[in-house]
Ligand binder design. Structure first.
Ligand SMILES: [Zn+2]
Length: 390
């Protein structure tokens, strides 16, 4: 139950994002999509219940028991008179909350709390809130992914979320190269398998290869999610001694960066760890998620990128180079009488190739480029260098 804290406010309800309170979809066009989704999902559920009931007499009793479980789960009542009354108005309203993700409303309901503790109800729920039957249609998945506006996997910040239409002789076809992750896994919380808030567009690696059925603690759309962890450049002690015997103290950031930049054999790893500002229990959860998502393994491949950024940053910090670039921009791009204000953003746009400041400086913005968080951290000196034992 621990990982439900971010939804159920045991720690700090104020950090629960609107996505959890209101579902994924906010503006009017998206609200229409959410309405259609909810309507279709409810219809699907009813069809499933009805269909299962018609599949041969011998299954009827078993089926009826399942219906009773689902109905109980949704309405508190125990004996539906006919199939058509399986969804009462009350049950419909609860389903709406469930599909649309109004988790704070559901939390007030005792049946919901009981459901979460009851493995038998979970088992029945998995028959009816069946993601594989319902959502595996690519059109529906693509539609939802597009509506979220997420273009970079929020777990690793490395891979693009890609989906597109292409033409065939007999019409168009959707392709999604990414997945919809279930923040609360389908296996443990089948009741959330079709809930909009629970869908996190994520890369295939994070969702399927790395995470699997492991629980995560921190919802990736919590405000300040990007500030919950910091990057560390860790240099093995033996590597330092071998190459630069004089550097042997910690906290010598400049020396260590020099080491990384100048020594051809410099070895370092890029790791993440919970920010010091967090309380110990949240800190433990952040570190657990970093471990679950194997972020300290997958970032190994980005050593070259970090070296490049550190080099660019050195150039940028050299006053002569900076004024040269400013003069060059002014001389080549603008008339003599106009002085182009080379702001920090503009200069970095020129040096780095994109306006990364707008990508991540606000926790409300969803990154549009891979490695935004790492880029931001290196260019802003918002990282730790450390000598570590081998
Ligand atoms: Zn990922």
């Amino acid at each position: 139950m621990n990982q439900l804290i971010w939804h159920f406010g045991a720690k700090d309800e104020s950090i629960a994002p609107d996505i959890i309170k209101e579902g994924w979809l906010f503006d009017s066009s998206q609200a229409k999509l959410a309405n259609n989704y909810t309507k279709a999902a409810k219809k699907h559920l009813l069809t499933l219940l009805t269909k299962k009931g018609r599949e041969g007499q011998s299954d009827t009793i078993d089926w009826l028991q399942k219906v009773l479980q689902v109905k109980k789960l949704l309405t508190k009542e125990s004996s539906p008179k006919t199939i058509k009354t399986v969804f009462t108005d009350e049950a419909n309203a609860k389903l709406e909350l469930l599909f649309r993700g109004h988790i704070f409303e559901l939390e007030k309901e005792s049946w919901f709390k009981n459901y979460l503790k009851n493995p038998i109800k979970n088992k029945y729920a998995s028959h009816y809130f069946d993601y594989d039957i319902w959502i595996s249609k690519q059109e529906r998945r693509t539609e939802l992914m597009t509506a979220t506006g997420v273009v970079i996997c929020p777990y690793c910040d490395r891979q693009y979320i890609t989906h597109f239409l292409y033409k065939l002789d007999n019409g168009e076809k959707n392709k999604t190269l990414s997945t919809l992750d279930h923040f609360y896994t389908k296996s443990k919380y089948p009741l959330f398998a079709l809930s909009l808030f629970n869908f996190i567009p994520a890369c295939y690696g994070c969702n399927s290869v790395i995470r699997g059925d492991e629980a995560l603690n921190i919802y990736p759309y919590c405000p300040n999610y990007n500030n919950f962890s910091v990057f560390k450049l860790e240099i093995p002690k033996s590597n330092i001694k071998e190459n630069t015997p004089e550097i042997d103290k910690e906290n010598e950031t400049n020396n260590l960066v020099d080491f990384i930049l100048c020594k051809e054999n410099a070895e370092f790893s890029i790791t993440q760890t919970a920010s010091k500002e967090l309380t110990p229990d949240i800190s433990a959860e952040v570190n657990s998620d970093i471990n679950t998502l194997k972020l300290n393994n997958v970032y190994t491949v980005h050593q070259d990128y970090v070296k490049d950024l550190l080099t660019i940053k050195r150039f940028y910090e050299e006053p002569n180079y900076r004024s040269y670039v400013e003069n060059l921009l002014n001389a080549t791009l603008f008339k003599e009488d106009i002085k182009f204000p080379v702001t920090l953003n503009k200069l970095r746009l020129f040096l780095i190739g994109y306006d990364w400041i707008n990508e991540t400086n606000s926790s409300d913005l969803i990154p549009k480029r891979p490695l935004s968080k790492l880029t931001n951290a290196i260019l802003d000196d918002d990282y730790i260098t450390e000598i570590v034992d081998d």
